[in-house]
Design a protein around this ligand. Structure first.
Ligand SMILES: Cc1cc2nc3c(=O)[nH]c(=O)nc-3n(C[C@H](O)[C@H](O)[C@H](O)COP(=O)(O)OP(=O)(O)OC[C@H]3O[C@@H](n4cnc5c(N)ncnc54)[C@H](O)[C@@H]3O)c2cc1C
Length: 426
């Protein structure tokens, strides 16, 4: 195995939804930055994971997340030759926000080009295994096929989704009493919607559930939507994997196997029993199953439900967190609740991104310190990306000032992100 040594100012653990934005922000602010990403591309859940639906850049009244996330989103639309929807003229349809969709290959390539142009050093196919402190430096060991890399850095950003760096350092994490289920993203094609026996579909689904052909969670939204909805969307984002824990390879393997079992069971049912769907095919399957939540970092502050629904005004707010509360469970299925006051925009306090008692490390994305209900709202992609931009700014300022990121004033973090196009938190 090749032994490689590197020194950078900032190392981002995980180049996913939050991590790729964090890295671009830090590098653009003028510090040397690398990303260690276990997967094969930037974007994590939103690209490789197949959740290509970033919520929310806009509310009904204006933009909530812009900056680097919006720049990459619009650049990807331009690359596709598609117009940017004018959100000021559109009315929201189902929810108080506006849905946006990305093309996975285009977005991943656009984000990667932006990272490379900013000078971010990318290490794909590598995972962070060990971290130790050496004075004011971190020494991070990452392993890839044939490579054992030791990176010395001043600041760490844990954007792993599962608080991997925080756990490697023995800092405090927590788990919800009942974690939200995971999902394997897949999509069927070839369902001839006009040919479907629409009246019969629900009865056929219920019969299959009763005779054991299908199992609970195969159609995750059964509590909210009839089965025809599943068929209309080709099953995308439609299956639950209970107790999915992707925070280590064993849990990831179990979730992958169960996800594919569920997909195949449903595929057989749809083709064999639904008139009009005999020619269904599987057009797409994400390469791995996703968890909605695993380990939350315990931060200097933990965002709770009331902070989210009442939009607590934090002195140290670093970004907005506008979304509905999207809670999935084995008992109920999916519960969605909206914030009553459309002008109330929740925010993320910097303290929720600073692991308790730590220095020179921040977290971004679904590692954020939040309790179960608040987390069900705060974990949306645009918020994760905005947290990434904030932590990238904090890390860069910390290195440039010779202080720890936790000591960088939130106002300075916001000022730097605003310089890079972000919206000032409400
Ligand atoms: C099924 C599902 C549906 C969802 N639907 C929506 C939706 O419609 N809209 C929306 O806005 N949000 C949605 N969400 C929520 C949102 O997608 C996630 O909360 C968000 O993408 C998480 O971002 P993240 O950066 O924390 O993690 P990720 O995007 O998962 O990134 C983490 C990255 O870290 C890497 N990594 C992990 N450990 C290591 C390590 N030790 N070393 C190196 N790399 C590592 C991973 O490979 C990954 O690329 C959904 C989530 C799920 C699971």
């Amino acid at each position: 195995m090749r032994q490689v040594s590197e020194t950078v100012d900032v190392l981002v653990v995980g180049g996913g939804t939050a991590g790729h934005i964090a890295a671009i922000q830090a590098a653009r602010a003028g510090v040397t930055t690398s990303v260690v990403e276990a997967g094969t591309m930037l974007g994590g859940t939103m690209t490789a994971g197949g959740v290509w639906m970033p919520n929310h850049f806009f509310t009904q009244t204006g933009p909530v997340v812009q900056g680097i996330p919006w720049e990459l989103y619009t650049a990807s639309k331009e690359a596709e030759g598609l117009p940017i929807p004018d959100y000021r003229r559109r009315r929201p349809v189902e929810t108080p926000g506006y849905y946006s969709y990305i093309s996975v290959p285009v977005y991943a390539a656009v984000a990667e080009a932006a990272a490379v142009a900013a000078g971010v050093v990318l290490h794909y196919h590598e995972f962070v295994a060990e971290i130790r402190a050496d004075g004011d430096w971190w020494e991070v060991v990452s392993l890839g096929r044939g490579v054992r890399r030791t990176t010395r850095c001043r600041e760490l950003i844990d954007a792993s989704g599962d608080s991997d760096a925080v756990r490697a350092l023995g800092l405090r994490t927590t788990r919800s009493e009942v974690s939200q289920p995971g999902t394997l993203q897949y999509q069927f094609a070839g369902i001839e919607f006009e040919q479907l026996w629409k009246e019969e579909v629900q009865t056929l689904y219920e019969e299959a559930m009763a005779d054991g052909t299908l199992r609970k969670g195969d159609w995750a939204y059964a509590n909210m939507e009839p089965f025809i909805y599943y068929l209309r969307h080709g099953g995308h984002n439609g299956t639950h994997i209970y107790d999915a824990d992707t925070s280590d390879a064993d849990g990831q393997t179990r979730a992958d196997v169960e996800g594919r079992e569920r997909m195949l069971r449903m595929f057989r049912f749809v083709r064999e029993r639904i008139p009009g769907a005999e020619r269904a095919s599987i057009r797409y399957m994400a390469p791995f199953a996703l968890a909605r939540e695993t380990y939350h970092t315990v931060g200097e502050y933990t965002v709770v439900r009331d902070d989210f629904v009442r939009a607590t005004r934090f002195d140290d707010a670093v970004c907005n967190a506008f979304n509905y509360i999207d809670l999935h469970s084995q008992e109920v299925g999916c519960e969605v609740s909206f914030i009553d006051d459309p002008d109330a925009i929740p925010t993320v306090p910097f303290r929720a991104l600073v692991p308790e008692g730590s220095r020179r490390i921040t977290v971004a994305g679904r590692n954020v310190s939040a309790n179960r209900i608040a987390f069900a709202g705060i974990r949306a992609q645009c918020t994760c990306m905005a947290m990434g931009q904030a932590t990238g700014a904090a890390a860069a300022l910390a290195v440039q000032r010779g202080v720890a990121s936790r000591d960088v004033p939130a106002a300075d973090i916001v000022a730097l992100t605003v310089e890079h196009g972000a919206v000032r938190p409400s």
